[in-house]
Design a protein around this ligand. Sequence first.
Ligand code: SF4
Ligand code: SF4
Length: 134
Amino acid sequence: MIFSESYHRFIDELKKNTGQDPNQCYQCAKCSAGCPVVAAMDLLPHQVIRYLQLGLLGELEESRTPWICASCFTCAARCPRDLDLARLMEGVRLAVLRLREGNRLSPADLELTPEQLEKLPAQALVSSFRKYAK
Ligand code: SF4
Ligand code: SF4
């Protein structure tokens, strides 16, 4: 199978952001069998990894699953390949946000009054930059 340049960029960034390599997964599905929120997912956790392996990024962008994931780490504890699927889900969310929104947030663009800045939780600000800025 020949993957596009954008796929390689996506996977390289995912690996860099999460420290996980989706290609280590051998699709045993133990993660999906233990996930407490699969009933609400449109792709099972092991299918998300399969889609990553196959380069089906458009389908992943449309999927509800990465947003449903509760980051409970049950899958990571069960995985015989020591893959941290919760981190991969976070990586996919991050990639999708960047894909949809671009790098639209920069400190120079912030138009907050001193009163608003005072009320804004520092954590919210930091995680916004983490999600929206490269
Ligand atoms: S438990 Fe691990 S190896 Fe098995 S399908 Fe899930 S991520 Fe892949
Ligand atoms: S971390 Fe996400 S995918 Fe893994 S078991 Fe928990 S809810 Fe399911």
